[in-house]
Design a protein around this ligand. Structure first.
Ligand code: AMP
Length: 483
């Protein structure tokens, strides 16, 4: 369970050296310095180093940076440094392209806001019932994170008061444009106070982003991380050539070789996803599917299981994986190469976060060669081509692959609205009441009306009993194993 995933030995990429500067040098207020320390952020990432001082000084910033660079904290810490919790009015608005990204950003903002008691961070994403959002807005919130369409919807219903919004962030602006949110964004920006700070983050810089920046920002300062080599992150990129029939077997051999704790396998078509999951499960590797046909609830549940390590390999399509939020991904596999090079860049960008060297392995037929060439041209990086005979042979029953998940997930029928906190669940499982070791308990996620807790697979029965027999916060909550 403590296996570390293997990097191929002759890796040429070395992790980017961490900056020597500390967060203290960035002039953040003491409570926020304490928070970053508690979260274990020892040094600011490059985008944080460059943009936080500018944002604290009230400048408009246009930042080029991808997910995983620490950009949420880069704009989040300055927002938190000036939020006034006592004024229960909306003070910052963050626009994101997808619901998943909204959830991810809101989660990070709540983490960073842990020393702001009473702070309300609201998710206003589409594809969710609107009534509870309106209700929460009426109660008052300080920071809203939403998708453009839904924010506009709230504006039209007159439930969103933007008068005191002093900072607006357009996160992944290029993708919002790609997804057709241009007009919505225009309308929202038009409804904001003129005197405000406008922050724009984007992974790529097509002309349309320049146009947006010129139109909506005042003397913006451009912050580019790794300018020049922006498109070649610290990710080792390998291609194995295989016939279409050999692809799944090659995937199994790759997984046996690397033994990742957490990996995503991308497929171009959703009809393939279920087959791949079945092949992995048959080989004893814990795998789950993520594709557009799943209900939102099932997608969320799958993502929770993947994040807390109850599922090790997530097999996904691009649409379903949009804005996916996972930390510490060891490996991204392209079972098919995407036809657009920027999709490839988005996919592999999920590996190698926050300074770690990532690993991206593509399995391609000779007919996909032209896609490799397009990718190489686009990124300016030559992919390493390898033959499958470099991979270990397939073991018949690959228990040796360490394929079983280390964790299982329970769902508890109480959440944020029931004032449930991670400590309540941890308390019910450990200490005198529960008797289990804290080290056997994994990630705890509190949602509005329910919570997830991951526990070591070996103690799942005991843990279920403790949760069912004991009370949490003096009450009985329903508890069930998430299949
Ligand atoms: P983001 O680019 O905002 O999606 O952040 C990627 C991940 O890096 C998140 O899980 C953050 O919690 C984490 N992170 C952000 N800043 C730092 C830092 N200075 N040091 C270590 N981890 C960080």
């Amino acid at each position: 369970m403590t296996q570390t995933p293997k990097q191929p030995a002759d890796s040429e990429n070395t992790p980017k050296p961490e900056s020597k500067k500390t967060f203290a040098a960035l002039k953040l207020p003491p409570d926020l310095l304490a928070v970053v320390q508690e979260l274990g952020y020892t040094h600011p990432t490059q985008i944080q180093l460059e943009s936080i001082p500018l944002l604290l000084a009230g400048k408009d910033v246009v930042g080029q940076s991808r997910t995983g660079s620490g950009k949420t904290a880069a704009f989040g810490l300055p927002i938190l440094s000036k939020v006034r919790v006592k004024a229960r009015r909306l003070q910052a608005l963050i626009l994101c392209p997808t619901r998943e990204l909204c959830a991810q950003v809101a989660r990070e903002m709540r983490k960073l806001g842990r020393r702001h008691p009473g702070l309300q961070v609201l998710e206003l994403a589409g594809g969710q019932p609107i009534r509870p959002q309106i209700f929460s807005l009426e109660k008052g919130a300080h920071i809203a994170v939403g998708t453009p369409g839904r924010i506009l919807d709230h504006l039209r219903r007159n439930v969103l008061d933007l008068k005191l919004v002093s900072t607006v962030v357009l996160d992944e602006a290029d993708r919002m444009l790609d997804m057709g949110f241009e007009e919505d964004m225009e309308q929202i920006l038009g409804a904001l106070p003129e005197k405000r700070q406008t922050v724009l983050f984007s992974a790529t810089f097509p002309q349309s982003i320049e146009v947006m920046s010129n139109r909506y920002q005042l003397n913006p300062i451009r912050v580019a991380v790794d300018s020049g080599e922006q498109k070649s992150p610290a990710i080792r990129q390998i291609v194995y050539e295989a016939t279409a029939e050999e692809k799944v077997e090659t995937l199994l051999r790759v997984l046996q070789d690397i033994k990742p704790q957490s990996a995503i396998v991308f497929c171009n078509f959703k009809i393939v996803v279920a087959d791949v999951v079945k092949s992995l499960s048959d080989a004893g590797i814990s795998a789950g599917a993520l594709h557009g046909d799943l209900e939102q609830f099932d997608r969320d549940r799958m993502m929770a299981k993947f994040r807390n390590r109850s599922v090790r390999v997530l097999v996904a399509t691009d649409v379903a994986a949009r804005g996916i939020d996972v930390e510490d991904l060891d490996l991204v596999v392209n079972l098919d190469l995407p036809s657009k090079p920027d999709t490839y860049v988005h996919r592999i960008g999920r590996s190698g976060r926050a300074g770690k060297v990532g690993l991206a392995i593509s399995i391609a037929t000779t007919r996909e060669n032209f896609k490799i060439e397009k990718i190489e041209e686009f990124t300016g990086v030559t992919l390493e081509r390898k033959r499958t005979n470099h991979l270990p042979l397939l073991e018949v029953k690959s228990a040796a692959a360490g394929g079983e998940a280390a964790m299982v997930t329970f769902m508890i029928g109480g959440g944020r609205k029931d004032k449930m906190r991670p400590g309540d669940i941890l308390g019910a499982l450990t200490g005198e009441a529960g008797g289990l070791e804290a080290s056997q308990i994994g990630k705890i996620e509190i949602h509005d009306h329910f919570s997830y807790v991951a526990v070591a697979a070996g103690i799942s029965r005991t843990a279920l009993q403790r949760l069912q027999d004991g009370k949490i916060k003096g009450r009985f909550f329903s508890v069930k194993l998430v299949p």
